[in-house]
Design a protein around this ligand. Structure first.
Ligand code: HEC
Ligand code: HEC
Length: 219
C-alpha cells in the first residue's frame, strides 16, 4: 500500500514535470501599473499583498514576490474560472484579461523576495516536527516529505510546485485546511488533497511554522 502510494505520487509528479504547461510571456512593466490600479471592481493588490509583494502574515495574505510566473498566472486563471474559490480574492482579478494576468504574474515573479516578516511563536518541539515532515515525511501515515514535490529546501520546482519556504505560516495553514475540507480543489491530479487529508491538525501547525521560518531567497 505504502509503495503503491509513493509510486502513484511519483507518477503524478513526473507527469506534471513533463507536461509542457509554460504560458505565454507576460510584460512586467504592464503588470506593475495594473497592480497599482487594480481591475476596476476590486482593490489594488498592494492593499493586501503589500507594496513589496510580501503579503501580510497577520491576515494570512500570501507573499507573491518571487513566486513562479506560470504558477501565479494559473492561480488567477483558476479564481476567474471558479476552479479556486475565495470570496476575498476573487473580485480583485475578475475583470483582467488573460494577457493582463500574465503581465501581473511576470511582475510579481521578478520582484525581490522581501525579508520574511513571518514571526512564529512555535516552540522547538513543533519546529522539529515540522522539519521532519517537510524533509522526511511521515510514512507511517503515508505522508511523503513536502520536499519530494516542492524541491530542495521547499523553495519550489518549475511552474507546478510553488515555493513554500518563507511563505506565511498563517497562509500555509489556511491552504492545508482548505484542501482537507475540500474547499481548495485546483491542484493537478489531486496531489495536495492526498497529502493534506492525511495531516493531523497538530502536523499542519508544525509544518506551517517550520516552512514559514525558512529563508525563501535563493532563487
Ligand atoms: C482584499 C484583499 C486582497 C486583495 C486586494 C488582493 N488579494 Fe490576492 N489574495 C488574497 C487572499 C486572502 C488570498 C488567498 C485566498 C485563498 O485562500 O484562495 C489571495 C491569493 C492570491 C493569489 C494566489 C497566491 C498563491 O500562492 O497561490 C494570487 C496570485 C493573488 N492573490 C493575486 C492578487 C492580485 C494580482 C491582486 C490585485 C489585482 C490581488 N491578489 C488583490 C487577498 C487579496
Ligand atoms: C506529490 C506532490 C506534493 C507533495 C508531496 C506536497 N505537495 Fe504541496 N503542492 C503540490 C502541488 C502540485 C501544488 C500546487 C497546486 C496548484 O497548482 O494549485 C502544491 C501547493 C501547495 C501549497 C499552496 C501554496 C500556495 O502558494 O498557494 C501549500 C501550502 C502546500 N502545497 C503545502 C505542502 C506541504 C506542507 C507538504 C508536505 C506536508 C506538501 N505540500 C507536499 C504538490 C505536492
Amino acid at each position: 500500500m505504502k509503495r503503491q502510494f509513493s509510486r502513484l505520487l511519483i507518477a503524478g509528479c513526473t507527469a506534471l514535470l513533463l507536461t509542457p504547461t509554460s504560458q505565454a510571456q507576460g510584460n512586467p512593466e504592464q503588470g506593475a501599473s495594473l497592480v497599482t490600479r487594480g481591475d476596476g471592481s476590486g482593490a489594488p493588490c498592494m492593499a493586501c499583498h503589500g507594496p513589496d509583494g510580501g503579503g501580510n502574515a497577520a491576515a494570512g495574505f500570501p507573499r507573491l514576490a518571487g513566486l513562479d510566473a506560470d504558477y501565479l498566472a494559473k492561480q488567477m486563471q483558476d479564481y476567474n474560472a471558479g476552479r479556486r474559490v475565495n470570496a476575498v480574492m476573487q473580485p480583485n482579478v475578475d475583470n483582467f484579461s488573460d494577457q493582463q494576468l500574465r503581465d501581473i504574474a511576470a511582475y510579481y515573479s521578478e520582484l525581490p523576495i522581501p525579508m520574511s516578516s513571518s514571526s512564529s511563536n512555535a516552540g522547538d518541539k513543533a519546529l522539529a516536527m515540522g522539519q521532519k515532515l517537510a524533509e522526511s515525511g511521515d510514512w507511517d501515515n503515508n505522508i511523503p516529505p513536502c520536499s519530494t514535490c516542492h524541491g530542495p529546501g521547499n523553495r519550489g520546482v518549475g511552474n507546478a510546485f510553488p515555493a513554500l519556504a518563507g511563505q506565511h505560516p498563517s497562509y500555509i495553514k489556511q491552504q492545508l485546511e482548505a484542501w482537507r475540507s475540500g474547499q481548495r480543489t485546483n491542484d493537478p491530479n489531486q496531489l495536495m488533497t492526498a497529502v493534506a487529508e492525511r495531516l493531523s491538525p497538530e502536523q499542519i501547525d508544525a509544518v506551517a511554522a517550520y516552512l514559514g521560518s525558512l529563508s525563501a531567497s535563493t532563487r
